[in-house]
Design a protein around this ligand. Structure first.
Ligand code: AMP
Length: 392
């Protein structure tokens, strides 16, 4: 198969990862008539068990599972960037990995990511690569107030240290283990945006309106679309996204996280070579969802419209505030939210901050959607104590 081959319905799409992103992408694939086979890699497969054609539940080192994926899948895609390099190489060797391994590797390693963004001459925070303890101290002396991040395996704020003093440097050194770090200048941003862009195997590009993201304890809490930014900033974000997919020769959906400074600068924070939590509103508020467009892009179908047809606010259901056992869909507190579309992932509640679902609030205008979403978030927040204390 060449990269430009079009895959017809009936073909089999393989997923590396079997979590909620694979679940929602598998829904989209099935709507278009494709078969799906997920390989969990040993992670929690509960979101896909009832959705995918089949889920292989072995870790990513299992040779037989690799053989099956190579034999049975017409195309392979990823729901995470943390995929062993030899696996990416095996699928690349057969020409069936979309997005390409280069993009997955870059997004899975903050060093490569920063270096790639620099080589594409796009704006980002000032950074240093720190290979040893001395490098961390030197980076702090050179750039001042900063955030140190592990080059690999970090997510949702894990593997990150805010460094404002030499005492913070020592703490980071003690805790970093063997990880090499990227040390970035701290950006006192006005707000955080993310933007989704899709590029098909034959090079067609479609970009979505950016989402404004609100985080809680480093985990995405809500996304507001349209974002509360000027059209210049929105257009700038779209141009950055388009340039990235061209530079990467990218196939599929790419998410780009951005910081917007007080001066209106648009700086790239990070890339995700897959559907993204901040794009879940697209299921109910856009003509084509991020999952549908990803399937279209990797199967080399024409890309349908990314137009937003209603303002929307997406609110995550996170396990420190949400438990179906405690609240449930029939809880009277939720009855007044009529223009709300619920998505639950069939994941087991566990203490901590697991993403268990999300709700899209759709209204005629953004302020109304935000008002409803904030009322809903206040109800969720009132559960925090109950859920966090019941886990102790
Ligand atoms: P990341 O895992 O890189 O997306 O970081 C998680 C969150 O930490 C971001 O969404 C920001 O809220 C915050 N953050 C990360 N890097 C920086 C930075 N250089 N300056 C300010 N805040 C940051």
């Amino acid at each position: 198969m060449t990269m430009e081959t079009t895959l017809s319905p009936g073909s089999t799409i393989g997923f590396l990862g079997a979590g909620q992103l694979a679940r929602m992408t598998a829904h989209a694939a099935q709507r278009l008539g494709y078969k799906t086979l997920c390989w969990s890699g040993g992670g929690d497969a509960s979101p896909t068990l009832q959705v995918a054609g089949e889920v292989i539940q072995t870790d990513f080192h299992c040779k037989q599972s690799l053989e099956r994926m190579l034999t049975e899948c017409d195309v392979i895609t990823v729901e995470t960037e943390n995929i062993p390099a030899d696996l990416l190489a095996a699928f690349t060797g057969k020409g069936i990995l979309r997005p390409r391994s280069q993009a997955v590797r870059i997004a899975g390693d903050r060093r490569l990511e920063r270096e790639f963004i620099a080589s594409a001459e796009l704006a980002q925070t000032d950074f240093r690569i720190a290979r040893n303890d001395q490098d961390i101290l030197q980076a702090f002396h050179e750039i001042g107030d900063c955030v140190a991040k592990t080059a690999r395996d970090g997510y949702d704020g894990k593997g990150q240290w805010r460094i404002r003093s030499e005492v913070d440097v020592q703490l980071c050194i003690q805790q970093r283990g063997d990880y090499e770090l990227v040390v970035e200048k701290f950006i006192p941003f006005e707000l955080e945006l993310s933007i989704l862009v899709a590029r098909s195997a034959s090079g067609e590009i479609k970009v979505y309106d950016p989402a404004e993201n609100i985080h809680r304890h480093h985990v995405l809490d809500a996304s507001i679309v349209p974002a509360r930014v000027s059209s210049e900033i929105s257009d700038n974000a779209k141009e950055i996204a388009k340039k990235l997919v061209v530079e990467l020769d990218y196939i599929g959906i790419l998410a780009v996280e951005l910081f917007i400074t007080k001066e209106g600068e648009v700086l790239i924070n990070e890339l995700a070579p897959r559907p993204h939590n901040s794009g879940h509103h697209t299921i109910d508020a856009c003509v084509t969802s991020q999952f549908d467009i990803h399937i279209r892009a990797i199967c080399n179908l024409p890309l349908t419209s990314t137009t937003l047809y209603h303002p929307v606010v997406m609110v995550n259901l996170i396990s420190d505030q949400w438990s179906e056992d405690v609240q449930g869909l029939t809880h009277p507190d939720y009855a007044s939210f009529e223009n709300a579309v619920w998505h639950l992932y069939e994941k087991q509640w566990k203490p901590g901050r697991r993403k268990l679902g999300h709700v899209n609030f759709i209204e005629e205008n953004r302020d109304q959607a935000l008002e409803k979403a904030n009322q809903f978030r206040a109800i969720l927040a009132s559960q925090t104590k109950l859920l966090t204390s019941s886990s102790n």
